[in-house]
Design a protein around this ligand. Structure first.
Ligand SMILES: Cc1cc2nc3c(=O)[nH]c(=O)nc-3n(C[C@H](O)[C@H](O)[C@H](O)COP(=O)(O)OP(=O)(O)OC[C@H]3O[C@@H](n4cnc5c(N)ncnc54)[C@H](O)[C@@H]3O)c2cc1C
Length: 475
């Protein structure tokens, strides 16, 4: 990072105190009351859920309430050459919202307005609203916003757009980008641009909306989103299947995914099942090698999809496979959603997000088992299996340096394995800071150089989220 971004601030008196740095007082004047956090108050904003040990200490946290305030913050940052890390709810799992020393964090937590138009079935929402709050707001209009990351109760819509989040029902209904019609984005120089808008079909110019979806805060700050909505989801039926081998489960998933469109097709291995059972005690089968949780919201009264899935399970001689009651189905779905926090009880988790095409799922599962055995570490395995997006969770013991080193080696080997299988290092969480070393190996030097040129064109000083996706220094 260039010298101009270094800061002289050495004193952070208190959250509400005055900073010794005149630049910080200048920033405070741009924001509405309580718009700035200083001193010890910045601590909760330094890291996302990945708990990046290399996260920096920001000089301040800015809490704008409007696009105009975000613009003022970016103009201030451009004037003084201060890096800005955008932040939603901080549930990210790739270090994409790690603070930068000498920079500021810009949190969208006070930008929470939403308006819903039943006529056009669209919503305009500010980025800080949580996914669950947004879902509830649209449900009150009899409508539905499908993207449902397992973290939907704690993550923001802005963070979802910036990472192009996936989730459980995305196997049938698509991921976040499939619902984004328009964005308002504040650029590095403080200009606000409107891209797309409330039109279902609109191909005027390059598709810049898609450029910003999944850009992890590196190209601009998303301040308003126009989202497409669907009619309320039809009633949903749930199947549970417990298998003797992980291969049996992967084969059943592959057969289902290439034949029908389930509304959920999730996977957990024995380690993950046991972690969830330790946490919730809901009667999961601790001995099964693998668990598949499937759903169908097909309106067909004959229930052909349900029958097809039960037959696909039965062909693999499962321990058991059955349709649940709605109550048990909801409990099992909750169990799948809390699998990450459940595994976190076993140690520090290095969370992978690798994806492969469905026919390679069994190879990935098997390869991860080999990596765990070779490195003598535990790797729990959960997956949005129906779209090939998996989460091997490498558990490390922070009190044992040798164990941590082996876990870290296994973390890299899983990404290399996914690339070798023609897959991706990240299916939905983003590259962030933690997966950046593997990016060029996946996408190639030419694609990375092209992306760097786009980054530099939009943010010549590399003020926006330096270190995420791209190297920290200017190209
Ligand atoms: C238990 C658990 C389960 C999870 N399950 C899933 C899952 O099923 N699917 C999934 O996709 N993810 C999942 N995640 C990861 C995480 O919740 C998502 O990546 C989510 O989209 C992040 O939202 P956030 O508001 O927390 O963003 P943050 O963590 O605050 O930020 C994420 C990234 O977006 C950028 N950003 C945030 N807001 C803006 C903005 N307004 N403008 C520009 N950039 C911005 C940040 O700089 C950062 O790079 C899970 C996380 C947890 C803890």
């Amino acid at each position: 990072m260039g010298d101009q971004r270094e800061t002289d601030v050495t004193e952070h008196p208190s959250t509400h105190g005055r900073a010794t740095d005149p630049r910080v007082e200048e920033l405070r004047a741009e924001l509405s009351p309580d718009g700035l956090i200083l001193g010890d108050g910045v601590e909760p904003y330094r890291r996302d859920r990945a708990a990046d040990p290399d996260a920096g200490v920001p000089i301040a946290v800015a809490r704008p309430t409007s696009t105009a305030e975000v613009q003022a913050v970016m103009r201030w940052a451009a004037r003084h050459g201060v890096p800005v890390v955008p932040r939603g709810a901080g549930t990210g799992l790739s270090g994409g919202a790690s603070a930068v020393s000498g920079g500021i964090v810009l949190t969208t937590e006070r930008m929470r307005e939403v308006s819903i138009d039943d006529q056009t079935r669209m919503a305009v929402v500010q980025p800080g609203l949580l996914n669950a709050e947004f879902k509830a707001a649209v449900a009150a209009h009899g409508l539905w916003y499908p993207p449902d990351p397992a973290s939907y109760e704690i993550c923001s819509i802005g963070g979802n757009i910036a990472t192009n989040a996936g989730g459980l029902c995305c196997v049938k209904y698509g991921v976040t980008v499939d619902y984004v019609l328009g964005l308002e984005v504040v650029l590095a120089d403080g200009r606000a641009v409107r891209l797309g808008g409330p039109l279902i079909k609109d191909v005027a110019g390059l598709d810049l909306v898609k450029l910003f979806v999944g850009s992890e805060g590196t190209l601009g700050i998303i301040t308003e989103i126009t989202l497409r909505l669907l009619p309320a989801q039809p009633p949903h039926r749930t199947l549970a299947a417990w298998f003797r081998t992980t291969e049996d489960a992967a084969e059943a998933i592959a057969e289902i995914a290439c034949s029908i469109r389930p509304s959920m097709l999730e996977y957990m291995d024995r380690t993950a099942v046991n972690a969830v059972e330790d946490m919730l005690g809901i009667g999961l089968d601790r001995d099964a090698a693998a668990f598949v949780l499937a759903g169908s919201d097909d309106a067909d009264p004959a229930g052909r999809d349900i029958a097809f899935m039960l037959e696909a399970f039965a062909r693999r001689d499962p321990i058991s496979a059955y349709e649940t009651t709605p109550e048990v189905g909801a409990a099992l779905e909750h169990g799948r959603r809390v699998a990450i926090p459940a595994v976190e009880h076993r140690g520090r988790v290095l969370l992978e997000d690798v994806g492969v095409s469905i026919p390679r799922l069994a190879d990935l599962i098997h390869g991860v088992e080999e990596i765990a055995a070779r490195n003598r570490v535990e790797i729990a395995f959960i997956a949005h299996a129906g779209d090939g997006n998996t989460h091997p969770l490498v558990v490390s013991d922070p009190s044992d340096a040798d164990h941590e080193a082996r876990a870290s080696k296994a973390y890299g080997e899983v990404m290399t394995l996914a690339i070798d299988l023609g897959g991706t290092i990240t299916g939905e969480h983003g590259v962030g800071r933690l997966k950046r070393p593997w990016l060029s190996r996946q996408i190639g030097d030419d694609a990375l150089e092209l992306a760097q040129r786009i980054k530099t064109a939009l943010d010549p000083e590399h003020l926006l989220n330096p270190g995420t996706i791209f190297e920290e220094s200017r190209a």
